[in-house]
Design a protein around this ligand. Structure first.
Ligand code: NAD
Length: 482
């Protein structure tokens, strides 16, 4: 079923049924490229949430009791459906979130790949047998933690929800997931792939609602055993505190403000091209997006010139239009943030080399922006920009660059460019980040963990570590009856 704007009609999925929810309250879905309302998302009542919790409680028993080979087969089938439907999922995602179609469909295919990794990892949730006294069997078992309450944002509308869903299901957990109200049809399309692949009813429940109301209710419920959140540091802090009050573990994937250190021995042109490509991907709305460019003074001029060239080559437009390489920002809040951060930097003496303003047309478009001379006390240098702003700063010595990089409370991603193995090792040792890329700005891969340190959160997604949060460890010592 589609709306009059050709967008899928959005429903929640609770206890095996697609439903509108109790009150009929809705919020608009806006296409950020046109500012048109293209649909409506239903908002859950407390009674809806209780039904979802009840279903997840029962679904946990069913899923946990399903043989692992069957669980793996269902997850692989879901991955196949995501690949098959990638073109349609991509179109829906671009209409809701704005990113170029190639990025949207690419995200859908990467999501399928991630799911395959988790499907296989379900078979490797090993425990161990520990040598003990004669007549005693001492084992360590790993068991699914139980129903998970998950909360995900709008920047990766299919990849974000899937990281939570595929990790939880691979461990044998059930979920109630609140996906973003701004990209709900994409999340629903993902859930449909799991259901069509044969996931039993109640195992995966999708809700939307007023975020603070939904999270408070789900976190406090005795059914919920783990809280998994991706989003901003302030909201993460709030949810972690609620989880703590309820004595529940949590997984917090929060924001960052990634430094890029371009050392004196690096190739400035190559570094600028790679960094700029990563900067403007998803219009900079990525938690690992490079966002503070610290360049050795001997390379600053060449690096900056190439970066400006790359920024000016970005084709900004509707993500559905051929040739677009950067779409609009996902919502009006981001546009306002870009304007505020740029104005603050300029007021404090920064120079805008290119961009610096919203585009004069409908839609939340902001020009790829490069700034120099941004002082350390400008908001842009300590607040996660989450948009297409690139402040470039020259440094003299590596000690100074490392100190600047580590000065913020964030610790998610960091990047370094150097030809020296010794310098690369120093960056690896000293940068306070959960993710470091040297000589490139590549994204995450399913087989390796992603996550932050300091205010950027705790826990890891991806890699074998992804299962850790979703499994509990149980010691069993069994004295054999003589
Ligand atoms: P926000 O902090 O209001 O919301 C971030 C996400 O958390 C949204 O999906 C929102 O629905 C959800 N949320 C908000 N309050 C919640 C609550 N009480 N309970 C549960 N979920 C809640 O900000 P925003 O305007 O959507 O995004 C702005 C900032 O969020 C960005 O500047 C960036 O720092 C951060 N962000 C980070 C990521 C990430 O991948 N880590 C993704 C999106 C946004």
């Amino acid at each position: 079923m589609t709306t009059e704007h050709g967008h899928p009609a959005v429903r929640m999925h609770i206890a095996g049924e697609w439903c509108q929810g109790g009150t009929g309250r809705t919020a608009p879905i806006v296409n950020p490229a046109t500012e048109e309302v293209i649909g409506e998302v239903p908002l859950a009542t407390t009674a809806d949430l209780d039904r979802a919790l009840g279903a997840a409680d029962e679904g946990f028993r069913v899923w946990r009791g399903t043989p692992v080979a069957r669980r793996t087969a269902i997850l692989h089938a879901a991955a196949g459906l995501i690949d098959e439907r990638a073109a349609e999922i991509g179109r829906v995602m671009t209409r809701e979130q704005g990113k170029p179609l190639a990025e949207s469909t690419g995200e859908a295919h990467r999501t399928a790949d991630t799911l395959r990794w988790h499907a296989d990892d379900a078979r490797r949730a090993y425990g161990r047998v520990i040598p003990s006294a004669p007549g005693t069997v001492l084992t360590v078992r790993r068991e699914p933690v139980g129903p998970v309450a998950a909360f995900v944002p709008w920047n990766f509308p299919v990849g974000g929800p899937n990281r939570k869903i595929s990790s939880a299901l691979s461990a044998g957990c059930s979920l109630v997931i609140k996906a973003s109200e701004e990209t709900p049809a994409t999340a629903a399309a993902l859930v449909r792939c799991y259901l069509d692949a044969g996931l039993p009813p109640g195992v995966l429940n999708l809700v939307f609602g007023e975020p603070a109301e939904v999270s408070a209710h789900l976190i406090a419920s005795p059914v919920t055993r783990l809280i998994a959140f991706t989003g901003s540091v302030p909201v993460g802090r709030l949810l972690a505190a609620e989880a703590g009050r309820a004595m529940k573990p949590s997984l917090m994937e929060l924001g960052g403000h990634a430094p890029v250190i371009v050392c004196a021995d690096a190739d400035p042109v190559q570094a600028a091209r790679r960094a700029a490509q990563a900067k403007f991907a998803n219009a900079g709305q990525v938690c690992t997006s490079p966002s503070r460019f610290l360049v050795h003074e001997s390379l600053a001029e060449d690096f900056t010139a190439e970066f400006v060239k790359a920024a000016e080559a970005v084709v900004v437009g509707d993500g559905l239009s051929e040739g677009t390489t950067m779409g609009p920002l996902a919502n009006e809040r981001r546009l306002e943030a870009m304007e505020r951060l740029t104005a603050d930097a300029v007021a404090r003496g920064a120079k805008v080399l290119t961009g610096g303003e919203r585009l004069d047309r409908a839609g939340y478009f902001f020009a790829p922006t490069v700034l120099t001379g941004v002082p350390a006390d400008a908001d842009l240098m300590h607040e996660e920009p989450f948009g297409p702003l690139a402040p470039i700063t020259a440094f003299t010595g590596l000690d100074e660059a490392l100190a600047t990089a580590n000065a913020l409370p964030y610790g998610l991603a960091a990047y370094g460019f150097t030809r020296s193995a010794a310098t690369a090792e120093r960056l690896s040792d000293e940068l306070e980040a959960g993710i470091l890329s040297v000589n490139h700005c590549g994204g995450s891969v399913p087989e390796a963990p992603s996550g932050g340190v300091k205010d950027s959160g705790y826990g890891r997604e991806g890699g074998p570590e992804a299962l850790d949060a979703y499994l509990i460890t149980k010691r069993v010592s069994h004295l054999l009856v003589p």
